[in-house]
Design a protein around this ligand. Sequence first.
Ligand SMILES: [Zn+2]
Ligand SMILES: [Zn+2]
Length: 285
Amino acid sequence: MDDVDMTAALPADDHVHTQWSWDTALGDMAATCARALELGLPAVSFTEHADFAEVSVPAEASLPEHWAAYRHGNVIAPPPLDVDGYLQSVAECRERFPGLRIRTGVELSEPHQHAGEASALLASATFERRLASVHSTHVPGIGWSDVAVAMALEDPRSVVRDYLREVASLAAGFDGFSVLAHIDYPIRHWPDTLPPYDPTDFEDEHRDALRALVRNGKVLEVNTRVPLHPVVLAWWREEGGDAITFASDAHRPDALAAGFAEAAAVARAAGFRGGDSPADLWRRD
Ligand SMILES: [Zn+2]
Ligand SMILES: [Zn+2]
């Protein structure tokens, strides 16, 4: 992108994982805080995983080595979030890095399907950024699996459609969260064998999901892992979406705020601006 102002202030990174997320190998909250100060980020939100369901993996799947402790045959059973240990780390980092705004948070997997557990977790501590995600889906012959498995084994186009329908169900079915994470999660696994992914092929499904989020007062996340296609932000604005966050979804310190200058430029072009405090949500102009 040519028109990225690399000197403009970066937004807060509102979706970051550390050693308190079970799936990280190199997560490190203190090193992430040091990196945030180095980058001049106004705030960082540590949104650790709260995964409530076991997921199946194909027998031949090769998984990261550090997941072995949670693998039982073809099933991965994520451990519960250690809320006390996590909050202790946050307190230590706030003490050690007083110049950085450090927010608590959590990333809830499919909380609409586990409303009791999700609500109990949210009631157990103050989570300043409450993210909800769809990560998994039912894959015939395998079972409840990460969307990556579905993308590999099924028609990716129907996986994307089903994913967006599930996002709409999540928005309508669970009120305890504030930010919808990575609406483009399946696109991380879009196959090279198909023509390049084009969100306009799924415009109706996107708009349905975005409307459900607007109706329920949610915030849309601009996740930079793919990164989010500008047209989705345009639809968000058209459907009445008011606020956005930025998210590297980093699982290691050096991935913090990756792609943020570019994402901020895209968001500005789509009609969104930072608030009075640079740590705040961005809102429509
Ligand atoms: Zn996620
Ligand atoms: Zn995440």
